[in-house]
Write a protein that binds this ligand. Structure first.
Ligand code: SDX
Length: 429
């Protein structure tokens, strides 16, 4: 394959360098295009456009491959903890024991919110969507840690990373307790990251909370599976905001809001609403598969399809197995899991989905597990955010550490009116 591409525009032909990624992906470098031709490229939704080089995550949508810093997601989900994977993504290697102990200690020491910040929750109605609270509280963290405001304060970055990973979990649990009208539960330094989350969510002063180690393991797996996914919508948002040298709290607060969208991280909440709707309507999955095929129906099979995966999302395979395991622990089998299985089978044997390579994605089964854990539907995207946080941080840090980073400022193709004069109000008819 040539390491150059040729572009003919008008009577001009220019040579463009072709970059080859470590897994053989090809990228045509057009950084000189406008200077040499006056033209820009147009690629709505950036379907064909790489925004950056990155060494963090590799995924191959055709083959259903996902690796964090080269390590297959299947091996990480089976053998690692979420804290280890967070370190791997952010610092580029699996931590040695000393590094893991120091990182865990950092998260343990910075899990509480400033007591003034706890009072912010008094102002929110109990019906507030927790994603709105999460983003607002993360942005507000910058008020309590002003030294983190300048990205040039390199010595502040590591403690800011620890504070954010630990406190995001606390903010999430407090938003749940607020919605339940229950007292906030403080973090416990004796508990691991995921066990602390379960305790802050579900323990109540009136009784001792019994930790279920199976749920701790499944939660570690779920957070690992959500931890990064290269240049997805919310990660690109974090990079875009961070490219203006906005601080980490501001960049992540923006990423949280991008994730909230129903086409992105908000899909896991939509999947459960969809499954519940199918169940309430008698469980006729064929009817909904047919509805999803009708463009004008406005209905999509949420949790199906993916911009990059044109094969089964490797994360969905692992989550499906975990959903099976967790729901078997429930007193009653979950009718929505049975509907999900039937919906998947009906869709994957239908030419509309097969032809468009629409498979279950990470969001299709995750909500079933969260529901089995007792996590309410409106917290599902918050769970996605807790998992994705290390990925957002890793990409923000990779960008901030890169001396060639410039502020992102895409071009456009203008299609509005050509020059016309101002018309005074009296003459506007
Ligand atoms: C995430 O980018 C990432 O990496 C994201 C993510 C991550 O880890 O960060 O993986 C997390 O966001 C997963 C996706 C969660 N979203 C959903 O489950 C929502 C439902 N899925 C879709 O809306 C859709 O599949 C997207 C948004 C995920 C992808 O959309 P694309 O790439 O823009 O594809 P498209 O909308 O152009 O669809 C291609 C065709 C269209 O039909 P035609 O116009 O070719 O006839 O497939 C159809 C679409 O109508 N289609 C669907 C469908 N998804 C696509 N039809 C029915 N149901 C669906 N779910």
């Amino acid at each position: 394959m040539s390491d150059r591409a040729q572009l003919k525009i008008g009577d001009k032909t220019i040579d463009l360098p072709v970059l080859v990624g470590s897994e053989g992906e090809l990228g045509i470098d057009i950084s000189k295009l406008r200077a040499e031709t006056g033209a820009v490229t147009l690629d709505p939704a950036f379907v064909n456009t790489a925004s950056t080089r990155s060494a963090i995550t590799f995924l191959d949508g055709e083959k259903g491959i996902l690796r964090y810093r080269g390590i297959p997601i299947e091996q990480l989900a089976e053998n690692a903890t979420f804290v280890e994977v967070a370190y791997l993504l952010i610092y580029g290697h699996l931590p040695k024991q000393t590094e893991l102990s120091a990182f865990s200690e950092l998260l343990t020491r910075h899990s509480m919110l400033h007591e003034d910040m706890k009072r912010f929750f008094d102002g929110y109605p109990g019906t507030s969507h927790p994603m709105a609270i999460l983003s607002a509280m993360v942005a507000s963290l910058s008020s309590f840690y002003p030294a983190a405001l300048s990205v040039k304060n390199k010595q502040e970055i590591d403690i800011t990373i620890g504070r954010l990973i630990s406190k995001l979990r606390t903010i999430a649990c407090y938003s749940y307790k607020k919605s339940m009208g229950q007292p906030f539960v403080y973090p416990k330094n004796s508990l691991s990251y995921c066990a602390n989350f379960l305790n802050m969510m579900f323990s109540i002063p009136a009784e001792t909370y019994e930790m279920d180690e199976d749920l701790v393991k499944v939660l570690n797996q779920l957070l690992i599976l959500h931890a990064d996914h290269e240049q997805n919508c919310s990660t690109s948002t974090v990079r875009m905001v961070g490219s203006s040298q906005a601080n980490l709290f501001a960049s992540v607060a923006a990423g949280i809001l991008a994730l909230w969208g129903p086409l992105h991280g908000g899909a896991n909440e939509e999947v459960l609403e969809m499954l519940q709707g199918i169940s309430d309507d008698g469980g006729d999955v064929k009817k909904y598969v047919e509805l999803a095929k009708k463009k004008d129906s406005g209905f999509r099979l949420m949790g199906f399809g993916h911009r990059v995966y044109k094969n089964y999302d490797p994360r969905a395979k692992i989550i499906k197995r975990a959903a099976d395991k967790v729901t078997k622990k429930m007193k009653e089998p979950d009718p929505l899991l049975e509907i999900a299985y039937r919906l998947e089978e009906a869709a994957l044997t239908d030419s509309y989905f097969v032809d468009r390579k629409l498979y279950p994605n990470v969001d299709f089964y995750s909500g079933i597990i969260y529901r089995a854990m007792g996590i309410p539907t409106n917290m599902f995207t918050v769970m996605f955010a807790i998992g994705r946080l290390p990925g957002w941080i890793a990409h923000w840090k990779e960008m901030v550490d890169d001396p060639t980073t410039k502020i992102m400022r895409p071009r456009q193709i203008y299609t509005g009116p050509t020059e016309q004069p101002f018309v005074p109000l009296a003459k506007r008819g």
